[in-house]
Design a protein around this ligand. Structure first.
Ligand code: NAP
Ligand code: F7E
Length: 329
């Protein structure tokens, strides 16, 4: 039975990935931080097959203990401070976790493998936020990186450190440059879930106003369930590499609002939506659209959920939650 260690197992992607790997017959270990993390209950309830290991990306000794306890064949480093807006308020913590945390994981793998680094495959969760002020449209693996937030800068560090460990030590370390991916498990701070949960509450007369920032930003939004499959495919390749994972379509926040409100029968959302400068960013990423040709050709990967299906899935899930008829995702 292959063994996988996932950091960030309590997050959106960690939960989808744990289920995918379990379905493929893996023994799954998940790193969870803190002395009484409230999300442990979710793991025990929804993913009872995950062996929980206590540890923190900031603490190399805890990572070494997690490697010793799991002795993994594959490691998926999904743990991070991932909310871009928060990264300006906490730039140093973001750097410690999202940048240096990657180095801690690579070092823990190197030390644990005792000179045989090739036997453990490593996945790094890189991000389209690294493109920031985009230098090319669409963005591919060779596009120049120009991050626009402390989060983006931290991800660039993790990305190049992963490449450096691959080149320096012959590590089977791959980096997935994933564009935005969403689901009913998306954190409520991100714009898609903020909108879907507000739309459900507005439809139920529980809320009257949704306050947002920049409605003109454009993102390449896909479904998280599709994207964790791409992570797994990367680690099944003979050679490690870097891959863009995206739908290769872009949509604005306004388009998301159109589809989300229409799903509950509201064609004109303008009376419900306000803008507030507090949700604007010091430096915005205006346009993201990926070119995932390499992943499609080499990994045989492609997205299965369209933008419209994604919006409907998220709104329907939040409507069910509000009505008390929620189903598991
Ligand atoms: P998420 O829901 O925010 O999950 C982040 C995870 O990191 C949580 O499990 C969190 O644990 C954990 N974490 C935070 N600080 C930690 C620390 N000090 N030590 C150990 N774990 C820590 O993020 P996601 O959407 O699943 O994304 C997964 C990864 O992909 C992240 O690295 C993210 O930056 C990257 N990414 C995401 C997207 C996207 O669109 N979703 C796109 C590109 C890249 P707690 O539950 O304890 O907070
Ligand atoms: O913002 C705009 C905001 O916070 C999307 C993370 O998973 O994907 C995610 O980062 C856009 C931005 O995601 C609000 O200004 C408008 O232009 O949902 P978001 P993100 O910043 O793109 C990347 C790939 C990651 O790697 C990250 O970890 O929506 N926007 N009004 C708003 N955004 C939020 N959050 N809240 C608003 O009220």
């Amino acid at each position: 039975m292959a063994r996988a260690l996932i950091t960030g197992v309590t997050g959106q992607d960690g939960r989808y990935l744990a289920r995918l790997l379990h379905g493929k017959g893996y023994e799954v270990f998940g790193l969870v931080r803190g002395q009484n993390n409230p999300k442990i209950d979710i793991l025990h309830r929804e993913l009872p097959f995950v062996t929980v290991l206590n540890g923190d990306l900031l603490d190399l000794s805890s990572l070494l203990r997690a490697f010793a306890a799991s002795d993994p064949d594959e490691v998926y480093n999904l743990g991070a401070i991932s909310y871009v807006a928060y990264s300006w308020e906490n730039a140093m913590l973001t750097t410690d976790v999202t940048a240096k945390g990657v180095l801690n994981m690579l070092e823990a793998l190197r030390l644990h493998s005792n000179g045989d680094v090739g036997r453990i495959r490593f996945y790094q969760a890189s991000s389209s936020e690294m493109y920031g002020k985009v230098q090319e449209v669409p963005q591919s693996e060779s596009t120049l990186l120009w991050p626009r937030s402390p989060y983006g800068v931290a991800k660039v560090f993790g990305h190049y450190m992963t490449i450096n460990y691959r080149e320096s030590y012959g590590m089977h370390a791959s980096s997935g440059i994933l564009f935005n991916h969403e689901s009913p498990l998306r954190g409520p701070e991100f714009v898609t879930r903020k909108i879907s949960s507000a739309v459900a509450r507005i439809a139920a007369d529980l809320q009257t106003t949704l306050t947002l920032g920049n409605l003109d930003a454009q993102r390449d939004w896909g479904f998280a369930g599709d994207y964790v499959d791409a992570m797994w495919r990367m680690l099944q390749q003979d050679e490690p590499d870097d891959y863009v994972i995206s739908t290769d379509e872009t949509h604005s926040v306004r388009e998301y609002l159109d589809l989300a409100f229409a799903r509950v029968g509201i064609d004109d959302w303008s009376p419900y939506v306000e803008q507030d400068p507090q949700f604007m960013r010091p430096a915005e990423v205006d346009l993201l659209i990926g070119d995932s040709t390499k992943a499609r050709e080499r990994l045989g990967w492609k997205p299965t959920i369209s933008f419209e299906q994604l919006v409907h899935m998220m709104v329907d899930s939040d409507v069910a939650r509000v009505n008390g008829t929620a189903v598991e995702h």
